[in-house]
Design a protein around this ligand. Sequence first.
Ligand code: ZN
Ligand code: ZN
Length: 391
Amino acid sequence: MHDRSHHHFPSHHHLQSRRDFFRILIGGPLAGASILELAWHRAAWARALAPAAAAPLFEIEKVADGVYFAQSRPQAEINCNAAIFVNPSGVLVVDTHSKPSAAAWLIAQIKKEITSKPVRYVVNSHFHWDHIQGNQAYRSSGGKIDFIASQPTSQLMSDLAQRRFQATLDEVPKQIDQMRIRAGKSSSAAEKAFCEEQVRQMQAYQSEMKNFTLELPTITFEKSYVIKDGAEELHLEFHGRAHTAGDVVVFCPAKRAIATGDMIHGAIPYMADGFPRSWPKTIDSVAGLGFDKICPGHGPVHQNRQLMISMRNYIEELTEKVEAGKKAGKSIADLEKTITVASLKSMQSNGYSQFLRDNAFKHSPQFGPAKSLQTGVNANIADVYNSLEKP
Ligand SMILES: [Zn+2]
Ligand SMILES: [Zn+2]
């Protein structure tokens, strides 16, 4: 446990093995094939990577000097984005996606597109599977590595994440069956190809994750953990409950950039593990930090604070409306009819609902029209309805 502690990057005693690892990575062309040279999970990676090897899994973008954002491309089993902070003697990566092969992709892309410095720290912003299941790839990459999370996140990873992982894995055969049925009924060659690609990705996930074990945090903290590396400082901070009981942000004061996981992002929020009463207050607290750019867990970089404010206002307005409705004796089904996208001021302000519609395709694979935004609002109504007792 480290509270308000300061931590310095260690000397380079571990670099030899990192170099060996990276020599393997950069020894050949960097796409698919060189990753397959890694002994670890070679077969699973081969299956996961082979047909898609031409297109990297992440689109890397510079946010500020030494701060990069890796936006994940849509995958059947969703991958979160990563934020990458390059310090003088090592790299800190925020979040690790849904599988080790995805994190291995990112390790290779960091090496190729950003820096030859080793990844020294991985932060898990919260305990959800699409942010933690790739940890193992960093452990396997050979150098000294620490995994950092808040105490509640660490607890949830030990108590709940393995069960949740099994539950997602158990769903995959059903999802494959549904996609095969859809492929059989598809009205165009393009739709059929889409379905087949989804099946391929889900099968790759199944075989890769068959023998999966979760890599747990090695460093946990309560409120704040500061990493000092020369003149650079990174602040890992817990500001209160929000999307989960343990969401943290990674803030770089010098570069005025912040990584926010799923507490602040550009998709309709997922609220089943959330604390709808606390969430807006937690965002208000984070908003007190001096940042301009936001690297979110899903969706594109936020160039300013508008989306953050929209998301905050939506959660607050929705919670107020659901609470009032529940007090008046309304059911979830009743509320789904009255709390519509058009009725929510937060959705109609500053282009928020339009942004969410325009970006829905970019998070998860889709063929044909996207699900209506109201479907997401309805899920939020049910989750808030059942979470009103939470602090
Ligand atoms: Zn997520
Ligand atoms: Zn999440």
